[in-house]
Design a protein around this ligand. Structure first.
Ligand code: ADP
Length: 475
């Protein structure tokens, strides 16, 4: 049970983050400790050494410029100040005369003679450590100063106080480190737990959505930009998915509806023929009608497949460098007879020089054909259709304008949806897939399509094809 809880705790991101930071914090504190301990020890020892060096210089001065009595007095003074337990002074004259020293009862076990061979050359000083006993607190720091005439000054200081101070500082440091670590870990955990609140909200929302509640959205808190951004992006993603699901439902309904009508029609024709009189002419007529319906169905299914392919980014052919003005021109030529039949005036405006673009020729042809077909379909007799192509530094613009029936404001946002047909166009032939196919194909060619229209006056469809395929929005 405890093991499981511990494992769960350790697997949480907030706990791992806290542990990582605590570890880092501990490493930094330990490094700081070692550096400051070294600096402190060196500083304290330097102070001890400087003090002893000063005292040795003073004794040397008194010996050289006064007499031995002054040396004796100085030693007495220093002992009164520092205490005979903590320091000792010895002055060994060069002539082998009487050794002047401080009271040495407290230094009974100390072998002063072992210091003599350690003395430095004349006119110099030397510091040494003399370990006494097992504990380092009993170590003695000694300065040996040899005067120019060979006299030797020995001053020793017990380092017990120095070590006691060091231990006190170490103790304070470690207690502070432990307190800081505990406080840092608790605060760190609370902080990361708080920061993860937003992520937990996203998880909860995702859970609700996975159970079917598509209307659920993440509440945006104030845990910071990253979490807010995550919540926003998540909400946008869910909104898009919801739209997509709705669109898919609409498309499925439309497909079901559009499939049912021809099938019902075919069944009706077959039924009528079955119960009608046996006449080969009748059968032929029925067969023709069935073939027509099948063609319509086949065309609808292949258009749906083409839309799916274009949306999935599958290219029907390889991208080639083509003269797009030429493609547009030959596309228009196919529709000119239809326009003539309907008495529609056609104006084509193309640049004189070739307009080269690396693109999929067959898709461009399909786009032009669909837009021209619609323009002819929705333009009354004696109307006008204009097609213009202009070459810009970053993009190519194709504009197809008609003086047809126009599109109502309420429909304009929906005409690119599969199977959508505006009310006023329901009497004309079509299945509402043409513009969906155009939109998918233009997108697959890294382009954009837009429409401007006024009901009763006409419509303008504008296709933008970017020249640099890696620059969305370049146009
Ligand atoms: P279809 O032409 O088969 O109905 P589309 O997808 O090509 O389907 O067009 C969808 C709808 O957009 C049309 O039914 C029509 O209402 C509207 N539309 C398209 N092009 C034009 C146009 N040039 N003028 C007026 N309405 C248009």
């Amino acid at each position: 049970m405890f093991w499981k809880k511990g494992k769960k705790f350790l697997s949480s991101f907030a706990s791992r983050l806290t542990l990582k930071y605590s570890l880092l914090f501990a490493i930094i504190l330990i490094l700081v400790y070692f550096v400051s301990d070294c600096l402190l020890s060196a500083g304290l020892l330097k102070e001890v050494d400087e003090h002893m060096a000063e005292e040795a210089s003073e004794i040397a001065y008194l010996y050289e410029f006064r007499d031995l009595n002054h040396v004796r007095d100085e030693i007495v003074m220093e002992i009164l100040e520092d205490g005979p337990k903590e320091v000792f002074f010895r002055f060994l004259p060069a002539n082998g005369g009487e050794v002047i020293h401080s009271p040495l009862e407290h230094w009974a076990g100390f072998d002063f003679d072992k210091l003599i061979p350690l003395g430095p050359p004349r006119g110099q000083s030397r510091f040494i450590f003399i370990p006494e006993g097992s504990s380092e607190a009993k170590t003695i720091r000694v300065i040996l100063k040899k005067l120019n005439d060979g006299s030797l000054i020995q001053i020793g200081t017990s380092l017990s106080e120095y070590y006691a101070l060091k231990w006190r500082i170490r103790k304070i440091f470690w207690v502070s480190v432990i307190l800081l670590m505990v406080a840092g870990t608790i605060l760190g955990w609370l902080n990361s737990h708080q920061a993860m609140k937003g992520v937990r909200r996203v998880t909860r929302t995702a859970l609700s959505i996975s159970k079917g509640d598509f209307h659920k959205r993440v509440d945006l808190g104030n845990e910071g930009d990253e979490i807010e951004e995550l919540g926003k992006v998540f909400n946008e993603m869910i909104a898009k998915i919801q739209n997509l699901v709705c669109e898919m439902k609409d498309v499925t309904n439309s497909i079901a509806h559009d499939l049912r009508s021809p099938i019902t029609r075919m069944r009706g024709i077959a039924e009528t023929t079955r119960i009608g009189r046996e006449d080969i002419q009748e059968y032929r007529l029925m067969a023709e009608m069935v073939v027509e319906e099948c063609d319509r169905l086949e065309s609808m299914i292949s258009t749906l497949l083409e839309i799916a392919q274009a949306d999935a980014g599958l290219n029907s052919g390889a991208f080639q460098s083509i003269d797009i003005a030429q493609t547009v021109k030959s596309g228009c030529e196919l529709f000119e007879p239809m326009m003539e039949d309907k008495g529609i005036a056609f104006r084509l405006s193309l640049p004189e020089r070739p307009v080269m673009l690396k693109t999929d020729n067959s898709r461009i042809q399909r786009v032009i054909a669909n837009l021209l077909d619609n323009a002819i379909k929705f333009t009354c007799e004696k109307g006008t259709i204009s097609l213009g192509l202009s070459d810009h530094p970053n993009y190519i613009e194709i504009r197809i304008q008609d003086t047809g029936i126009g599109i109502d404001k309420k429909d304009i946002g929906r005409i690119f949806e599969p199977f959508y047909r505006a009310d006023q166009s329901r009497t004309s032939v079509g299945n509402g897939l043409g513009l969906s196919l155009v939109k998918s194909m233009v997108h697959s060619l890294n382009g954009e399509i837009s429409v401007q229209s006024t009901l009763g006056e006409g419509s303008t469809f504008t296709v933008i094809l970017r020249k640099d395929p890696s620059a969305p929005g370049a146009a």
